[in-house]
Design a protein around this ligand. Structure first.
Ligand code: AMP
Length: 184
């Protein structure tokens, strides 16, 4: 049983590690980016509202994200645990998550911060080739990360529930580091 929040810049390997761990632990991998991309593909109301922000590398407004996460965490497959990947991304989202978890009588075990040097992030994202992975949009997403998401590192560090992993290591080494860290 694990309830984990994955924090880190775009390209840090959160999604890859979340996928591996979600399979190993049989718990859902909840990626707000994936949910949004799916909504865009289906052209739902949420997708239509979110698309322009995503294409520019901006954050989708908190209110939309909050409703989406509230819905997702009301599905009962989350009972055995979960990995939140790419959420929260702002202090307002983190505060909302605190309230929501209290409401549903759950709490997270660890916040895992993926540490990766900027140049490596840009190289990785450029090689990924997603629709929002052009160089300008990548640079903007990194800037948005520094300004709006990085403050969450201190937010969670103050609660002594923050683990940092070296996301510059090869994928398998990061998985090993992560598994050891969450077992301790
Ligand atoms: P990701 O796949 O996590 O890199 O997310 C892709 C894009 O979806 C981001 O650049 C944002 O536009 C949007 N997004 C994903 N998660 C969030 C979130 N928690 N808050 C705001 N926007 C988000």
């Amino acid at each position: 049983m694990a309830r984990l929040i994955f924090l880190g810049p775009p390209g840090a390997g959160k999604g890859t590690q979340a996928q591996t761990l979600s399979q190993a632990q049989q718990i859902p991998h909840i990626s707000t980016g994936d949910i949004l991309r799916n909504a865009v593909k289906q052209q739902t109301e949420l997708g239509r509202k979110a698309q322009a922000y995503m294409d520019k590398g901006e954050l989708v407004p908190d209110q939309l994200i909050i409703e989406m996460v509230r819905d997702r965490l009301s599905v009962d497959d989350i009972e055995p645990g979960w990995i939140l990947d790419g959420f929260p991304r702002t202090v307002a989202q983190a505060r909302f998550l605190d309230e929501l978890l209290e409401e549903i009588h759950q709490s997270y075990d660890w916040v895992v911060n993926f540490d990766v040097p900027d140049q490596m992030l840009v190289d990785r994202l450029l090689s990924r080739g997603r629709r929002d992975d052009t160089e300008d949009v990548i640079r903007h997403r990194l800037q948005v990360y520094r300004q709006q998401t990085a403050p969450l590192i201190d937010f969670y560090r103050d609660r002594n529930q923050l683990i940092s992993v070296d996301g510059a290591l090869p994928v398998g080494a990061v998985t090993a580091e992560l598994q050891e860290a969450i077992q301790s």
